[in-house]
Design a protein around this ligand. Structure first.
Ligand code: PRT
Ligand code: ZN
Length: 299
């Protein structure tokens, strides 16, 4: 048994989630010394160590208690939970906190030449995937009679190779589907990277460490999305403009030199400012808009 006065977090060794996961932990104040084999990183600033592994191993490592927490895609977590369920096992791990990166969706896609998006066309067809358990659940929910064919990689070329008629794979920009003349007909799961942990709470020192880490992560995540928004507008338009910023705090309103009707506004927004939002504000009468990142905040 390893000692329980240190917390161990598994993250992806190399892949899409590695850098954002390490960056997030660094922002939460965690510093590590890397071992030579680059599998284990010793926590120097806090008793929290890292294990660098393949993402697919993370739920199992949590279930076995080899590590306490993990940063992993919801897609991997839910696929393995569905697999355990099909074997009569309970999940043994759960989502603790969505982390806001690694966003993608697990979708079913069919060749472009299939007309319409009628799912019944999948009856009697093979769907290639690396997510057989989630796909089988979806097939059952949709009352379809299709077969899930397991492929571990390059799922998108399965139809051209004649291995399947359709696919079920992760999509982010959609470029891979377009390049392979496929079109999305259903989204099975929306996914992002999450902090995962055991289904049962820690009954020892790890509970306090995990709670502290979570508090720090929440601070980092809320700050990351927050933006300081500056703009000018006619004073009379301000109530309508503020409706376009539902997550904003009370605005600071300043007068503009020599323009009695107009004001300069400064407001903290808690969620991402998109181009769409800025354009909507412009249409509603805002001008000279600036969106600034927030470094630190103390209320
Ligand atoms: O070696 P290891 O097993 O650790 O890595 P891996 O190859 O299994 O995983 P990796 O690094 O590719 O992905 C890790 C996680 O990133 C996934 O489990 C998802 O949670 C998340 N993620 C986010 C994605 C994507 N976006 C994504 N677009 N994972 C894979 N893709 C692939 C997808 O499979 C398809 O081939 O990218 C292609 C589609 O991308 P678009 O942009 O063309 O739509
Ligand atoms: Zn993997």
């Amino acid at each position: 048994m390893r000692s329980h006065d240190r917390l161990r977090i598994a993250i992806q060794k190399s892949g899409r989630l590695s850098d954002p996961a390490r960056d997030l932990l660094a922002r939460a104040g965690l510093q590590f010394r890397e071992s030579r084999d680059r599998l284990f990183c010793y926590g120097e600033s806090l008793p929290i160590d890292l294990l660098l592994v393949r993402d697919d191993d993370i739920p199992g490592l949590i279930a076995e208690g080899v590590c306490d927490l993990g940063v992993v895609g919801q897609n991997v977590l839910e696929e393995q939970a569905a697999e355990r369920l099909s074997q009569g096992l309970d999940a043994a791990f759960k989502v603790i906190k969505p982390l806001g990166f690694g966003r993608c969706r697990l979708s079913v896609a069919v060749p472009n030449e299939w007309d319409g998006a009628d799912l019944s066309r999948l009856n009697g067809k093979r769907i290639a995937t690396s997510y057989p358990n989630l796909l089988r659940q979806w097939i059952a929910e949709q009352k379809l009679d299709a077969e899930a064919v397991l492929l571990s990689g390059s799922v998108e070329i399965a139809p051209r190779l004649g291995k399947a008629e359709a696919i079920c794979d992760l999509v982010s920009s959609g470029a891979t589907l377009v390049a392979n003349q496929l079109k999305e007909v259903a989204v099975i799961l929306q996914s992002e990277a999450v902090l995962a942990g055991p289904a049962k709470p820690f009954g020892d020192e790890r509970a306090d460490l995990a709670a502290m880490l979570l508090r720090r992560l929440e601070g980092v995540l809320s700050l990351r999305a927050s933006k300081l928004v500056l703009f000018q507008s006619r004073r009379a338009l301000l109530p309508e403009l503020m409706k376009l910023l539902p997550d904003a705090e009370l605005p600071t309103v300043m007068s503009l030199e020599g323009r009695a009707e107009e004001v300069g506004v400064q407001v903290l927004c808690r969620s991402a400012m998109t181009w769409q939002r800025l354009e909507d504000m412009k249409r509603a009468g805002a001008s000279n808009m600036l969106v600034l990142p927030v470094e630190q905040m103390l209320a």
